[in-house]
Design a protein around this ligand. Structure first.
Ligand code: SF4
Length: 272
């Protein structure tokens, strides 16, 4: 089982690999910048990586390029070597879901474990001090986890400030609260509507996957994507969504409170 270690211990360890997974979301990006600013020795040794499912939004790639330039270090791109449809076939055409989350295992966790191999590793995790959740921590004995934001007491507002002062928040935050695959089943209704408006071809692709998968499974249990979007439009017309389409400042984003969504807790490796 992986063990935790402190930042103090981590700083003195030059006999291990130091790795930080960038998800394309705000917290892992802010952590990389925080490490660069406050722990330059660790930054010098850090291996930043991003695990590409091949189903990421263009905004994620743009954000990674910006972050890479800011950090002055490569963000190594990992992949399972196969696209989503390959893995879908391998799972008998059953779409993944919060309960059957084979996508994360096949497309995120396995490439990460192949990347670190059996090397002793310290993995830096961007969970904040104001969160009560756990990230993916490998069961490999060789991997230790460290939680700098928790140790140093950083909360959500601090993360937005770090990004505001450096690379900004990823563009998709205007309409979506997390990174990850464009078809991710953890999306909220309004985010599916945001996908349809901002990336209509990707929305159509998600619909197509829903149709080819069959088996009565849909991305949102019991509803097709057309149902989901129709319902989102009704809620929007009734004024139930906050600032969906317009550009939000980070102060407004702070108020949206996406971390209240309990399903976020299941998606840390993809969206931290
Ligand atoms: S982002 Fe969503 S769909 Fe993609 S691997 Fe993670 S949980 Fe699965």
């Amino acid at each position: 089982m992986a063990r935790n270690c402190s930042m103090q211990d981590a700083q003195s360890r030059d006999d291990v690999r130091h790795v930080l997974g960038i998800s394309g979301g705000k917290d892992s990006a802010a952590l990389a910048i925080y490490i660069q600013d406050h722990y330059p020795q660790i930054h010098g040794r850090m291996e930043y990586f991003f695990t590409d499912t091949g189903a990421e939004l263009q905004e994620v790639y743009d954000f990674l390029d910006k972050l890479e330039a800011y950090l002055g270090k490569e963000i190594v791109r990992l992949s399972s070597g196969r696209d989503f449809e390959h893995w879908l076939k391998m799972h008998s055409d059953y779409l993944p879901s919060p309960r059957q989350r084979w996508c994360t295992r096949a497309m995120k966790i396995k490439p990460f474990e192949a990347f670190v191999g059996d090397d002793p590793v310290i993995s830096y995790i961007g969970i904040r001090a104001d969160e009560d959740r756990e990230g993916y921590i490998s069961h490999k004995e060789t991997i230790q986890a460290v939680f700098p934001f928790i140790e140093d007491g950083l909360i959500r507002a601090d993360i937005f400030r770090i990004l505001e002062d450096s690379v900004g928040v990823p563009e998709y935050y205007k309409w979506r609260s997390r990174s990850g695959c464009f078809f991710c089943f953890f999306q909220r209704q309004d985010e599916w509507l945001g996908l349809k408006r901002n990336h209509p071809h990707l929305f159509e692709e998600a619909r197509r996957l829903e149709e080819v998968a069959g088996n009565g499974y849909t991305w949102v249990q019991g509803k097709t994507l057309d149902d989901v979007v129709a319902r989102a439009e009704e809620r929007e017309a009734a004024g139930e969504f906050l600032n969906n389409d317009c550009e939000m400042s980070w102060q407004e984003l702070l108020e949206v409170g996406e971390d209240d969504d309990p399903e976020d807790q299941s998606c840390l490796i993809c969206s931290l």
